[in-house]
Design a protein around this ligand. Structure first.
Ligand SMILES: NC(=O)c1ccc[n+]([C@@H]2O[C@H](COP(=O)([O-])OP(=O)(O)OC[C@H]3O[C@@H](n4cnc5c(N)ncnc54)[C@H](O)[C@@H]3O)[C@@H](O)[C@H]2O)c1
Length: 148
């Protein structure tokens, strides 16, 4: 079964975060430098929000605000979606569809252990479907072999 824990292990890497007092501009700079679309907002080792490129587009650009003068806490999502590492990737896809979001924060024992994106989830589902297909193809070949 494809779990979030498995996905995180496969993806590896560091989880980039930002603090709520930083400016939105600093958050965007970090997202661009690290090539990611969202950052968990962390204060005193606790996740207090999530900021994404979408928040920037909708809450800064469209409202004519300045990213350099706006702190992250002003526009971050505080009701961000969370998953447990033992949940399945399919459950994540359902949650992303239901909440219309592209990132999920992964929490275990009240501690953040990572973030996953829609790209990770889609990649994982495609990979596991390909595996199932090739298993089925293998079975079909084996069946044909037995019939001959
Ligand atoms: N190279 C890869 O392994 C990979 C994985 C997923 C997506 N992508 C591509 O990136 C583009 C955008 O992807 P997306 O919409 O899924 O979102 P995204 O740009 O936020 O995610 C890209 C990758 O960065 C990771 N990531 C996101 N936020 C992070 C953070 N704060 N700290 C550490 N890692 C973080 C994600 O888990 C994902 O693996 C798409 O074109 C997609 O195809 C590449």
């Amino acid at each position: 079964m494809n779990t979030v824990r498995h996905l995180l292990e496969l993806r590896g890497g560091f989880t980039w975060t930002i603090d709520p007092q930083s400016s939105v501009y600093e958050a965007l700079r970090l997202m661009s430098d690290k090539d990611v679309g969202a950052l968990p907002v962390v204060q005193d080792d606790k996740v207090v929000g999530l900021i994404s490129e979408r928040d920037y587009a909708r809450k800064i650009i469209l409202r004519g605000r300045s990213s350099k003068d706006t702190p992250v806490h002003d526009i971050m999502e505080t009701d961000f979606p969370v998953v447990h590492p033992d949940q399945t990737v399919e459950e994540c896809m359902e949650l992303m569809t239901k909440r219309r979001c592209r990132h999920l924060v992964v929490m275990e024992n009240e501690r953040m252990i990572g973030i996953i994106s829609i790209g990770d989830v889609v990649r994982c589902i495609i990979y596991s479907q390909r595996q199932k297909l090739s298993q089925l193809e293998g079975m079909t070949l084996a069946t044909q072999f037995l019939v001959l």
